[in-house]
Design a protein around this ligand. Structure first.
Ligand code: SF4
Ligand code: SF4
Length: 435
């Protein structure tokens, strides 16, 4: 049951508030709290890229600081605003001696997170992605501004609390010329905007217009600093163009005093994990951008299932040669005794708390699936109620197969230290670090 905005604000009023999760959910919550005069002390985030930095004008602490902060502020209220890792974080909070009275899960007040994929295709064809995987011929197109506004209006009407919406899933949102107006429309409704881009884009005018709208969060996905590594896995992209656009972003942020958090998401492969990573980290530090690493996965879900059932496509085999953690190793790392990690009892968070709206208004089971057909739970978001979509999701046949293979845990990358231990045993084909 969605208890809603009023009760959340009542819980936080007059308390020192920390937000666990400095990405889009946390940034949306900051927007809400600031609108209602609630003071936020800062963020907690276990990602070392964020620790010790200022985010949206607030300090971000590592989890190890919690006991000291709690001692200073015994009435502390921590809001866990990390939609897919809530249970993992709850356990960590208890381990840090924070009692259950001192933290609340944002999902108690907001039961659904929305993603609107405003563009149905991408300008690149990365090997790890549906666009580079071959297989099903995907429909192409873009969401019109009119359809988008109807989608946002329906989301707002059906939910008590919406603090952020992501405007990307499988598509490159900066290919949609209406993106500036789309960000502005969210802000008109008091909703934070989360964007993601490969930034291998030649449309400087659109980039400028979008940034003028001050989106709260912009993820930049890349996989190398030098062309040899980057071009190998971001097929069709140009890292020099990406880097020049990163410089432009810094220029716009400074010139217009924007709050946008730029989060560089570095996909780790066995040919980019030493000098390339080091140089990109240095570049991000110079620009004041965050850099987080993620082990490249085989995507989308349909392709992983084919691989696990003995029908890997040639592109999947080619991709596995470049991964630091294979599909089987990733599943073993993410699960505990063959179970679905921390999600074994609660089911799949992708199933429970997310709704994706494709550019053509169809609704897929979750963000990990790509194919049309049975993995679409509603043909037209505008014509299906929230309850109808939820019921159809619960009946989706692919979920049984997915959970049987423990793929929710794999897609979440649970138990990161185990992934690191596996990756450390693998040869690297990147140049060594500069001494
Ligand atoms: S840039 Fe992103 S969306 Fe585009 S092909 Fe690569 S991984 Fe897929
Ligand atoms: S069980 Fe698998 S297919 Fe179903 S929602 Fe979760 S991740 Fe998606």
């Amino acid at each position: 049951m969605n208890i809603g905005q009023a009760e959340l604000l009542t819980q936080l009023a007059g308390k020192p508030v920390l937000i666990w999760g400095a990405r889009m959910t946390g940034l949306g919550l900051v927007r809400l709290c600031r609108t209602h005069g609630i003071e936020i002390k800062g963020f907690i985030d276990s990602d070392p890229a964020f620790s010790g930095k200022q985010i949206a004008g607030l300090p971000c602490h590592p989890p190890a600081d919690l006991p000291e902060i709690h001692a200073q502020h015994p009435t502390l209220k921590i809001v866990v605003a990390a939609s897919t890792k809530e249970q993992e974080i709850n356990q960590l909070l208890l381990q840090y001696g924070i009692s259950a009275n001192n933290f609340i899960n944002y999902s108690r007040y907001c039961d659904l997170f929305y993603t609107v994929d405003v563009m149905g295709t991408c300008n690149l064809k990365c090997l790890s992605c549906a666009h580079g995987a071959g297989g099903e011929q995907y429909p192409r197109g873009l969401m019109t501004l009119d359809a988008y506004q109807q989608v946002i209006d329906k989301i707002v009407a059906e939910n008590d609390l919406v603090t952020h919406i992501s405007l990307y899933s499988w598509g490159e949102p900066f290919l949609n010329p209406s993106l500036p107006e789309m960000v502005a429309y969210l802000h008109q409704h008091g909703i934070a905007a989360a964007l993601s881009s490969n930034l291998s884009l030649k449309n400087e005018a659109l980039l400028h217009k979008v940034m003028r709208e001050n989106p709260e969060y912009l993820k930049v996905s890349l996989s190398g600093f030098y062309p040899d590594a980057y071009n190998d896995t971001h097929s069709g992209g140009d890292i020099h163009l990406v880097r020049s656009n990163m410089l432009r972003l810094r220029y716009y942020i400074d010139k217009y005093r924007l709050d946008t958090v730029v989060d560089v998401n570095y996909h780790l492969y066995n040919n980019n994990n030493r000098r390339n990573l080091d140089k990109m980290r240095e570049f991000c530090d110079e620009l004041g951008f965050f850099l987080s690493t993620t082990y490249a996965l085989v995507m989308p879900l349909e392709r992983v299932i084919e691989k696990l059932e003995g029908r890997p496509s040639p592109t999947t085999l080619a991709l596995e040669d470049k991964l630091l953690v294979s599909v089987k190793e990733g599943i073993a790392a993410a699960t505990v005794n063959g179970k679905n990690g921390q999600n074994s009892e609660a089911g799949c968070p992708f199933l429970e708390n997310q709704t994706i709206i494709n550019w053509d208004l169809s609704v897929p089971v979750c963000c990990t699936t790509f194919n049309r057909g049975p993995n679409i739970v509603a043909d037209n978001f505008l014509a299906a109620s929230k309850a109808e979509i939820s019921t159809a999701k619960q009946q989706a046949a692919i979920c049984e197969t997915c959970q049987r293979h423990s793929l929710p845990a794999y897609n979440l990358g649970l138990n990161r230290s185990r992934w690191e231990a596996i990756a450390a045993t693998k040869p690297s084909f990147d140049a060594p670090l500069e001494s």
